[in-house]
Design a protein around this ligand. Structure first.
Ligand code: HEC
Ligand code: HEC
Length: 290
């Protein structure tokens, strides 16, 4: 055993260990460390007694305070369900106008509808509902099947050209490809169609008169005499500048030559009746209620 040795500089005793001439001072553990050690040990002891702590096989020490996080969560879930049931029942019980007249319900419809739309519809219609080529812009107020909450609800419920028994059905035939119209006739009617929404760009185009004739004979049955569309056939309004597939010469020609048939999935059976109603109200709002 080494004798008690003192460090010549500080006068402190050393532990006697030496590494290459460097010796370790024998400093005691600071009091503050001991203090914290004791306090935390006491705290742990208190905690074990008061709170649920030690597992005992099938059960555990429950603690004197009887605190149970599971009960807290169960209570929170129950409160949330009760709150939801409150507004959900009201949304289901009221008609559309009734829900729309209630600002508090409409606030919830807006939030829930936005989440539902993001989860189910945004892949095709975009997160903002503005759509993209082939997927209609739901904010434009230019409705294929009608823009009332009831008709929007029906579209979402059964889909368009979907697998649902009651699906909405629509088809724009391939007038060019199927040989109903000659290439020049397709050009002429395309020019006429474009002149309806872009009169300046097409002013003086000699084919427009011929196109008007062709339209009356071949297209008016679905798009209407004045080409403003028909909700009965799901045929779009061709006189506004809102296009599903594009309003430039090439796109309009392609629509008439090759036909179009959009597919909108049906949501009955995949979404709850409450969610369908919320989405109908939400989409109606996207189109500015038009
Ligand atoms: C797989 C792509 C796809 C998804 C997902 C989708 N839609 Fe559609 N939706 C379409 C297409 C395509 C059309 C247009 C069909 C046509 O051209 O006839 C359409 C049309 C509509 C229309 C009719 C618009 C009008 O002018 O009448 C509504 C309303 C609509 N969608 C709402 C929704 C809602 C709400 C959801 C989510 C629950 C949704 N869509 C999900 C592709 C989709
Ligand atoms: C049987 C009914 C029907 C007839 C007849 C018909 N269309 Fe259509 N048309 C539709 C439908 C439905 C759509 C929408 C298709 C879709 O969105 O999937 C459409 C879409 C179009 C589009 C694309 C519009 C856009 O927003 O991009 C153009 C252009 C068009 N039709 C022009 C014509 C012309 C021109 C004729 C006559 C030569 C004609 N249609 C005859 C039903 C018809």
């Amino acid at each position: 055993m080494a004798l008690e040795k003192h460090d010549p500089v500080t006068g402190q005793t050393t532990t006697g260990h030496e590494w290459n001439g460097i010796e370790e001072l024998d400093t005691p553990i600071p009091r503050v460390a001991l203090f914290f050690l004791v306090t935390t040990a006491l705290f742990a002891l208190g905690y074990w007694i008061l709170m649920p702590a030690w597992p005992l096989g099938v059960t555990y020490t429950r603690g004197l305070l009887g605190f149970d996080q599971r009960e807290v969560v169960t209570r929170q879930v129950e409160t949330a369900a009760a709150e939801r049931a409150g507004w959900a029942d009201r949304v289901m019980a009221l008609d559309y106008a009734g829900v729309q007249a209630d600002p508090e319900l409409m606030r919830i419809v807006g939030e829930t509808g936005h989440a539902l739309f993001g989860d189910n519809c945004a892949v095709c219609h975009g997160t903002d509902g503005r759509g993209s080529r082939g997927f209609p812009d739901l904010t434009a107020g230019a409705w294929l099947w009608g823009g009332e909450p009831e008709t929007i609800h029906e579209t979402i419920r059964v889909g368009i050209n979907s697998g649902h028994d009651e699906t909405r059905m629509s088809q724009m035939m391939a007038f060019g490809r199927d040989g109903v119209l000659e290439r020049e006739q397709v050009r002429a009617v395309a020019a006429y169609v474009r002149s309806l929404s872009q009169p300046e760009a097409l002013a003086g185009d000699a084919r427009i008169e011929e196109g008007r004739q062709i339209f009356a004979e071949n297209c008016a049955s679905c798009h209407g005499e004045d080409a403003t569309g028909m909700v009965e056939t799901g045929a779009p309004n061709l006189t506004d500048d809102v296009w599903i597939y594009g309003g430039d010469a090439q796109s309009v020609y392609a629509s008439i030559h090759g036909g179009r048939q959009g597919h909108m999935p049906h949501w009955e059976g995949r979404l709850k009746p409450l969610d369908l109603k919320i989405l109908a109200l939400y989409v109606h709002g996207l189109g500015g209620g038009r």
